[in-house]
Ligand binder design. Sequence first.
Ligand code: SME
Length: 157
Amino acid sequence: MAEDLSIHQGTKEEQYQFLLPQIKGLLTGEDDLVANMANVAAALKEQFNFFWVGFYVVKNGELVLAPFQGPVACTRIRKGRGVCGTSWAENKTLIVPDVENFPGHIACSSLSKSEIVVPVRKDDEVVGVLDVDSSELDSFDDTDAKYLEEIVKMINW
Ligand code: SME
């Protein structure tokens, strides 16, 4: 049975360092993908209070909304569209300091100001993305990229 995760104060790096083993613990012994995506989204939301955090998975050539925490969001995103679809098409992590300056950004909420999208890979192919949105400008950097990439690799896709 899952126990409550505790919230840790400190630098961003310290918060991720604290969160990582807890996420690992949550995922160990569980191979249900939806359950694991749901708990990862919840753990990140609880620790960092991000505006929106969740997954999109590739289904029939589109990204389809998967477990998330935050306000309702766009259900389907095509390859190459928005930050998520671009991360998928380019197979790379994208950090967007100001979403208004990202051509084609899909605004699920006008309150979202900055964003990071990390591709999820299985056998080198992108099978989904982890999308994190902030209500403040310039919230994400290489530290987020490093740890979020590590976190998505912990999930058994
Ligand atoms: N802003 C994203 C769409 C997903 S929502 O932010 C949850 C994009 O441009 O791909």
